[in-house]
Ligand binder design. Structure first.
Ligand code: MF3
Ligand code: CO
Length: 371
């Protein structure tokens, strides 16, 4: 049995117990609930009450008030406590202390793994599960939901599939998914910021199942207010990845992928982020090859059957330059312009390329027409 909690009027000069259902609409949008006895309590106290909106204090606050943010997105703390992964789920080496030692060891060899048939089978299984998780989380995107709530959805859907959320504790990353809104390029930490109508948000899902990682991401439109600029950067990023994939097959150099991506980005008045790259994946979350997304890069290596890697271009509406927030994770555009990203996980086959992270008829999101 549950009893309903006693509710007190949020008007400082009243504070009496109330059964009213009159809630401050601004608070609701910000994930808070403030109840007032009636319109009179609400109006009389509005000047005082509104000071809790978007202010450090009661329920959420900007942890970096002195930081020179480049755009309008603000970190919204407190972060929620670390989510639990049940004991029966197999965990990658870094889950305990944050250090992916096996990746350091592999990096020293510089070799691009060639996966066996059995390894490919396992990698495909992990990718199928990650696609399910991405689609579940994407279907929940709407104005008002916080990125932390999306993290909870991702975390639960991942462990329901006997998988470990790969971001969790990777170099001490504290959440189970990366959520990157508007000018955030990548590695956004889920927090208490509610999504707003007109935002764009990238969900970057990775999981570890039965000894193999999967990794994929998409950028989604939030609500109905799609701006021309948002559509251009998101659709350009989507097309850049699709064009790059068409180009993949045995014998192709990894460095040429960036030439294709940057050409298409430029044709659409966008730029390509240089700091973050695609990567090999399988037994390790990140390994060789490195796949740079910009033109005339020097990424070594040639595509061969059995190689599995990601291509994940980050495309900016303005300058390609990035900076990081004081959390040392969140990468944002230096000029505050919008940024969009798409990531697929690819297998090189004897005859071409297979997209292991492919969308299906039920996948949320997808391309829209430019306006
Ligand atoms: N999923 C990201 C990628 O595409 C890596 C995220 S690392 C994390 O490679 F620690 F931020 F989660
Ligand atoms: Co990746």
């Amino acid at each position: 049995m549950t009893t309903s909690p006693v509710i007190y009027c949020a008007a400082p000069d009243c504070g009496k117990e109330t059964t009213s259902s009159l809630k401050c609409p601004v608070c609701l949008k910000q994930g808070l609930t403030s109840v007032f006895c009636d319109q009179s309590c609400f109006k009389r106290n509005w000047a005082l009450h509104k000071s809790i909106h978007n202010k450090p204090g009661v329920e959420r606050y900007d942890p970096f008030p002195e930081f020179n943010y480049t755009g309008k997105v603000r970190a919204q703390y407190p972060l929620t406590p670390k989510r639990i992964v049940p004991d029966h789920i197999a965990k990658p080496d870094y889950s305990a202390n944050g250090q992916p030692i096996s990746e350091h060891v592999s990096d020293r060899s510089g070799k691009i793994p060639i996966n066996s048939e059995d390894e490919i089978k396992q990698i495909k299984k992990a990718a199928t599960l990650a696609r399910e998780v991405l689609d579940i989380a994407a279907a929940s995107i709407k104005p008002g939901i916080t990125t932390d709530e999306l993290d909870e959805i991702v975390h639960n859907a991942t462990i329901e599939r006997d998988s470990y959320p790969s971001p969790l504790n990777y170099y001490n990353f504290s959440k189970s998914v990366c959520t990157s809104v508007n000018e955030v390029i990548c590695h956004g930490i889920p927090d208490k910021r509610p999504l707003e109508d007109g935002d764009i948000v990238n969900l970057d899902i990775s999981l570890y199942h039965n000894g193999y990682h999967a990794d994929m991401n998409e950028t989604y439109y939030v609500g109905e207010k799609l701006s021309k600029q948002a559509i251009n950067v998101v659709e350009t990023a989507r097309e850049c990845l699709d064009l790059a994939i068409k180009h993949c097959k045995p014998g192709v150099t990894f460095r040429s992928v960036g030439d294709i991506i940057e050409k298409h980005a430029k044709q659409n008045n966008c730029s390509v982020v240089r700091t973050y790259v695609g990567h090999g994946i399988g037994k390790l979350f990140h390994c060789a090859p490195q796949v740079a997304h910009y033109a005339r890069n020097k990424s070594p290596g040639i595509m061969k059957p059995g190689m599995v890697f990601t291509i994940e271009p980050m495309i900016n509406a303005g300058s390609y330059k990035d900076i990081s927030w004081p959390d040392d994770w969140t990468a944002v555009t230096a000029d505050g312009s919008l940024s969009a990203q798409f990531e697929h996980e690819l297998l090189i086959t004897e005859t071409g390329v297979e997209v292991l992270s492919a969308r299906n008829e039920k996948s949320a999101g997808g391309a829209v027409k430019r306006i």
